[in-house]
Design a protein around this ligand. Structure first.
Ligand code: NAD
Length: 267
């Protein structure tokens, strides 16, 4: 059946809020057993509770995606408890806005560690268990910023562009090795989540048109003016794409990029 994830075990990182929480809920609704992880313990436990209250199956684990030993523990834990792993959504990510001439090396490296090292470690440690499980689908959350440049977001663009090509390389390598694991990148456009009120606020100086008069933070509704139609998307718009890529409905979709941006990059 289309978009059916029954019998699948899915790990979603950065699942305490925003797109990650929506992905975890949608995968559970499609029948998957979900392991939701995040550095935010309270948020991720709330995600798991929301799923179980709705009749799904989920549990929460605390995970910092930058730590290799933590990835090893998470995969061991899933192997011991669920016995298999079929889906990995590498969603955890941050965006630090700053002009290229002002961005600190610390901010650059923090983005690389979470957005790129985290995705690399997820692929590295999930593929063996997915192979043992008989099938796998890795969905790496990139961005429209992985397709084209945005002023004030050079570090973020570097990580998201890296995720895009890493995903293709992983797809080809798995196929060549006859590992039954697919790997695709997903590129959200402007999605209404808390990310716009966090460090991304630093791009305000480079993009004054994205700040409401009298404010000092990025306003997602102003950013969405760059989207044909002028509206931001919702986390569920991305989660629906994730469920498709996780399910067997996409079994011949591999090494590609799914852009969900309401034509933002179409012109
Ligand atoms: N919202 C958008 O417009 C948009 C657009 C394109 C791409 N994205 C991407 O989608 C993903 C989710 O973004 P969102 O908008 O839901 O953001 P968000 O800020 O709402 O959620 C990000 C989550 O990642 C978690 N996280 C941060 N650092 C972590 C770490 N080291 N280890 C584990 N978890 C960590 C946070 O605690 C948070 O729960 C990110 O990769 C982001 O780059 C978002």
């Amino acid at each position: 059946m289309l978009n059916d994830c029954k019998g699948k075990v899915a790990l979603v990182t950065g699942a305490a809020t925003g797109i990650g929480r929506s992905c975890a809920r949608a995968l559970a609704q499609a029948g998957a057993v979900v392991i939701a992880t995040d550095i935010d313990q309270k948020g991720v436990e709330e995600t798991a509770s929301l799923i179980t209250e709705a009749g799904g199956t989920a549990r929460a684990l605390v995970q910092d995606v930058t730590q290799e030993d933590v990835w090893q523990d998470i995969i061991k834990n899933i192997k011991a408890q669920e016995g298999k792993l079929h889906v990995l959504v590498n969603n955890a990510g941050i965006a630090v806005g700053a002009s290229i001439t002002e961005m600190s090396l610390d901010d650059w490296q923090r983005q690389i560690a979470i957005n790129l090292d985290g995705v690399f470690l997820g692929c590295k440690h999930s593929i063996p268990l997915m192979t043992e499980s008989g099938s796998g689908s890795i969905i790496n959350i990139s961005s429209v910023a992985g397709l084209r440049g945005t002023p004030g977001l050079s570090g973020y663009c570097a990580t998201k562009g890296g995720v895009r090509l890493m995903s293709k390389a992983v797809a080809v390598e798995c196929a060549n090795n006859e590992w039954p694991v697919r790997c695709n990148s997903l590129h959200p456009g402007v999605i209404d989540t808390d990310i716009w009120g966090r460090e991304i606020a630093g791009i305000a100086e480079n993009n004054p048109d994205m700040v409401a008069p009298g404010g000092n933070r990025i306003d997602v509704n102003l950013v969405a003016m760059a989207v044909p139609g002028g509206k931001p998307g919702l986390p569920d718009d991305i989660a629906n794409g994730v469920v498709y890529l996780a399910s067997d409905a996409s079994s011949y979709v591999n090494g590609t990029e799914l852009v969900i941006d309401y034509a933002m990059t179409a012109r």
